[in-house]
Design a protein around this ligand. Structure first.
Ligand SMILES: [Mn+2]
Length: 374
């Protein structure tokens, strides 16, 4: 494949992606869009000294992959130094394995001096989202995301580069496609991170998937470190995971096609998401709502079959104005701050959530069952 360069004005016409059967028209349309975006991204970076890439709180693989990809792009094209900022924690055993296997350093934002950076990029989220803490008084120079923009945008200056495409399955696909367009070789560690980002956000190209995600996926698949990818997808799991799983199995509430599970107090929020993922596999289940309390924060994860209603609207109906939430397609998450972590407060919230959920699903009269009821 002869890689086009961004300076060539007609380069967009000879872009070709390997290994994907797709119509010529599709190829040209995608190439147009990607070439234009890659060019204006470079313009936004040019002349800057040092880049800081930020993402949402508790970064997921897609945000980590796209942040790492953007750093590689800035270094390869412009020789720029880049740091990756961390807000919250790296959660889930897979995500921890991702950063350790691939040697990805994310620096807690509280340890950074933002004056050291003359360019700020935000990936896999947007200013104004509840799960995104941004430094006060600093506007983003670059925003790359695939989520539906927030209903009430912050009154900040517009970024000099903004690429928000809600039809794309993963931000990692967007960042990888700029590199493909710019002819940047993707080394194994960066390729593995980007591919894992695409894999997780699209469930291995089975949901929220666009032509671009497919093209990127097949481009990257030949550039991954397979041993590391395996170590990331099959990490060792702590004892608490299995303890929470035991509690989850005891507490599951099945209302026909809808599964509710409140885990009570849990060690960390990732178990809530993992249990939600797991219960979606229960036969005949279309939607799962799972929650758990960490400190005074009640975390909620929603999972739904791809053909069902968008998870964003489901979590909005459940949480309402009690907390913050986000998500789209078949995945959503949110949290509610409680005044205390007492059992009474928790039980009251659980009852409120259950009522909201059953009402919004039209399941008020559906009989309840658990596991193994005979
Ligand atoms: Mn994403």
């Amino acid at each position: 494949m002869s890689a086009p360069t961004w300076t060539s004005s007609d380069s967009r016409f000879d872009v070709s992606y390997e290994g994907v059967g797709c119509g010529r028209l599709d190829k040209l349309m995608d190439a147009h869009a990607v070439a234009a975006q890659a060019t204006s991204l470079l313009r936004a970076l040019e002349g800057k000294r040092r880049l800081l890439v930020l993402t949402h709180t508790n970064p997921d693989p897609d945000s980590i992959g796209s942040a790492l990809g953007l750093r590689h792009l800035a270094r390869e094209k412009l020789g720029m130094e880049t740091d990756l900022a961390l807000t919250g924690r790296i959660m889930r055993a897979e995500n921890k394995a991702m950063v350790s296997e691939l040697g990805i350093e994310m620096i807690p934002i509280t340890e950074l001096n933002l004056d050291d950076y003359d360019c700020l990029a935000l990936v896999d989220t947007q200013p104004g989202f509840g799960h995104t803490d941004l430094p006060e008084g600093r506007a983003m120079d670059i925003v790359i995301d695939h989520h539906v923009p927030p209903e009430t945008p912050l009154g900040l200056p517009s970024p000099s580069f903004s690429d928000i495409r809600t039809d794309i399955g993963a931000t990692s696909s967007m960042v990888a496609s700029y590199m493909m367009e710019l002819g940047i070789e993707i080394p194994a560690d960066v390729g593995t991170a980007l591919l894992y980002g695409v894999k997780t956000d699209t469930a291995d190209l089975s949901r929220n998937v666009s032509d671009l995600d497919e093209k990127v996926y097949y481009h990257l698949i030949g550039r991954v470190d397979r041993r590391k990818l395996h170590a990331i997808t099959q990490p060792d799991l702590p004892l608490e995971y299995f303890q929470a799983l035991r509690d989850a199995l005891n507490n599951i509430r099945v209302f026909g096609p809808v599964v509710l599970c409140s885990l009570g107090k849990v060690m960390n929020a990732e178990i809530v998401a993992e249990v939600a993922d797991l219960f979606l596999r229960l036969d005949s289940t279309r939607t799962v709502y799972c929650g758990g309390l960490v400190g005074n924060t009640y975390h909620i994860s929603v999972r739904t079959e791809p053909s069902g209603r968008d998870a964003y609207y489901l979590i909005r109906a459940a949480v309402g104005d009690e907390g913050s939430f986000g998500g789209h397609g078949s995945i959503a998450g949110g949290s509610i701050q409680l005044p205390d972590d007492g059992q009474r407060t928790l039980k009251r919230l659980e009852r409120r959530l259950e009522r909201n959920i059953l009402q919004s699903q039209g399941l008020e009269d559906m009989p309840l069952s658990g596991l193994g009821d005979t």
